[in-house]
Ligand binder design. Sequence first.
Ligand code: HEC
Length: 328
Amino acid sequence: MMGQSLTTSRRTASIFLTISCAVLGCAPRVGTPSPVAASPAVARIPAAILADSLFWRTLHAGAYDSIPRAMVAMKAAYLQDPADAQTAAHVAFLHAWRIAERARLQRTSPAITDEAILARRYYDQSIAHERVYDARIHGFDAVFRMVEGDIHHDPALWAEGLRVGREAIVAWPEFNWFTIGYVLSTSPDTSVLFREGLEMQWKTVNSCGRTTVDRSNPTAEAALAALRTEADPLRMRACTNTWIAPHNMEGFFLNMGDMVVKSGDWRAAQKVYALAKGAEAYPSWPFHDILSDRIRDAERNVGEFRKENAPLMFRSSFSCSACHQAAR
Ligand code: HEC
């Protein structure tokens, strides 16, 4: 009985793969897919490796318009091997990017909200197949639960997202203080949650620099010096510019500056924005103009950023690219 139903479901899966590949144009896998238990699937299928290389080229180029092309490759790989946690995560990141930088679209359709639902679904899928707890994926999964909670006016889902997010913070604070605090940047400026989100950014700076920065006169020299000898790889990855996020530091301070402006302290915010200039890769960062406008307009933006749907970095056309786009 067992064997028979397994065979049937395998055959169904095989037919489904063939159909979806016929539609999507991927190379159908030859033979019967193995049951999950028998395939540790440590090795990735070639389609996943190829799709990943297109994925990274697209993200590092900030080529938002090429998301559909990368998505076809990524999803074709996913259909061949849905148990590959990295493939599932990258499908999710493409959906996440599409909704996050929707300001780039000439016209935004209300249907863009489906991207959040799909992102969350694929992050869940990635988590279901993860071999080790990846706090980054859990952090993004949490954020998209919160976004979905907003879409459906479902406070319980939103709260569940924040709860999962807090767990992810414990696992990798320097990465997830930013991630969870970033979504809280859109909470009302007078709210406890906005204050907490801003506090998370200060905690990141303090922890990355193993120091306590002066909030009215923040400088980065001590932090940069500390990072030069930092031995903890998780801190290095979350706190510095890397291959994955070539302008992580610049993007981080751009968002933090926005949050400090929104809190009302625009003079301190100007100094926070300026910290982006201390990053070694700053000369090749594609967003110099945005940064100088933010510094110039800091005082005026206090009112702007407190409005509903304010043009904070979180809602901007560079909400991912500020950190992930390598150069123009
Ligand atoms: C403040 C900078 C910053 C912003 C903004 C940001 N990221 Fe990241 N991102 C990072 C850092 C840092 C990492 C972790 C680097 C590491 O793992 O070594 C990361 C990791 C990733 C990864 C790596 C996953 C993997 O498989 O290794 C992807 C993909 C990604 N981010 C996509 C996005 C998308 C999409 C957005 C927008 C919704 C975004 N990021 C916003 C800094 C940022």
